[in-house]
Design a protein around this ligand. Structure first.
Ligand SMILES: *Cc1c(COP(=O)(O)O)cnc(C)c1O
Length: 370
């Protein structure tokens, strides 16, 4: 392939970052195990770059647009973004979201004298109102684990008009289902740990940006902060992203079916999945997302104890935190101390994998009936 410009995302994640098609060449990049490079030219030192990183960075860029930098974790990527914000910044952020992010926002308030305006991201007017006089908006959509969908195209366009910088945590959707950069966001972040690597075997993060000046600042932040991934983990994540489309396709199909069946289960009170036609976010998600993702949250009758009991009773499904792997995981979110008060005590987050749908349903059903 001489040019990749006209390829679709499903092809690009398979073809990006491979060595050129020259006779006798390897099909895959190698794991570049080196801490330093021969002087005087080139990468220089292993904290600045690595050929295996470059391959995965170009594969993620092919989905997100712009240019991508890998970090040692999703939280390291978020910390690098927040490190660029000046003291006294006014930040608009979701009132509930990934717990690690919520902790970091609190630290910006306490240690860096920032003002964080917590909003309901589902309420577009409220978000836009809060952006008056603000300099940065950090948003997750769909949110973890409430599964609210923000009206990203409208909110990002408003932010641009108001001169507010925008970062989007794209972990639940990935660049395959939505591209915040193409809507005008400054930064799209992924926890590569989740869907992109897809096998629950590594921790990694990424930031994708379009502006070269911002890219340079983030390169400096990564180099000086030192939050870089190991070459072996990057190679595994590169192997993982090759199958992202087929994994997500199956997981989304499973998720829609499970969400539908859960909605009719006598032990279940409420199901949150934007793919359900009855979900309050269905129309909004359908208007700009290519799919509804593979995470379901639901509330069970009988409170926290019943939810804990169900999670502990599964056989096929693993009772564990995290999401985006080939195997289905579930947990009651409030088993974590830092979970938001906006999340019900009896809410279970179900991260749907690629197993057989009837096996998954049989396991959920028996666990809920216990
Ligand atoms: C897991 C997660 C993170 C943090 O990523 P790590 O790779 O675990 O550091 C951030 N945001 C969301 C939405 C996540 O699910």
């Amino acid at each position: 392939m001489s040019t990749e410009d006209n390829l679709r995302p499903e092809s690009l994640i398979v073809s990006a970052g491979r060595p050129p098609h020259t006779v006798g060449a390897a099909v895959n990049v190698s794991v570049s195990f080196t801490s330093t490079y021969v002087a005087p030219d080139g990468i220089g030192y292993g904290r600045s770059g690595n050929d295996t990183w470059t391959a995965l960075e170009s594969a993620i860029s092919s989905l997100e647009g712009g240019k991508t930098l890998l970090f040692s974790s999703g939280m390291a990527a978020i910390a690098a973004v927040f490190a660029l914000l000046p003291d006294h910044s006014i930040i608009v952020a979701s009132r509930n979201g990934y717990t690690g992010t919520m902790y970091r926002l609190k630290r910006l308030e306490n240690e860096r004298t920032c003002e964080v305006r917590y909003v309901d991201v589902a309420n577009t007017d409220e978000v836009i109102e809060a952006m008056r006089g603000a300099n940065f908006l950090w948003m997750e959509s769909p949110t973890n684990p409430a599964l609210e969908v923000a009206d990203l195209p409208v909110i990002i366009a408003a932010a641009k008009k108001m001169g507010v910088g925008v970062g989007v945590d794209n972990t639940f959707a990935t660049g395959l289902l939505q591209q915040p950069l193409s809507m005008g966001a400054d930064i799209s972040m992924n926890s590569v740990t989740k869907f992109i690597s897809g096998h629950s075997d590594l921790i990694m993060g990424s930031l994708s940006v379009t502006d070269d000046a911002l890219l340079s600042r983030l390169i400096m932040e990564r180099k000086q902060g030192g939050a870089i991934p190991g070459a072996m983990e990057v190679w595994l994540a590169l192997r993982g992203i090759r199958t992202l489309d087929v994994r997500l396709e199956r997981a989304q199909k499973n998720a829609l079916e499970l969400a539908t069946r859960l909605s009719n289960h006598p032990a279940v009170e409420n199901v949150r999945y934007p793919g359900l036609a009855t979900d309050p976010f269905h129309a909004r998600a359908a208007s700009f997302m290519k799919g509804f993702g593979a995470i379901i949250s639901f509330e069970v009758k009988g409170g926290a104890a019943a939810a804990d009991h169900a999670c502990a009773s599964s056989r096929l499904i693993t009772h564990a935190t995290s999401l985006g792997g080939v195997e289905t995981l579930w947990e009651r979110r409030h088993r974590w101390e830092g979970e938001s008060s906006f999340i019900p005590e009896n809410l279970i987050r179900l991260a749907v994998g690629i197993e057989n749908i009837e096996d998954l349903w049989a396991d959920i059903d028996q666990a809920l009936r216990k």
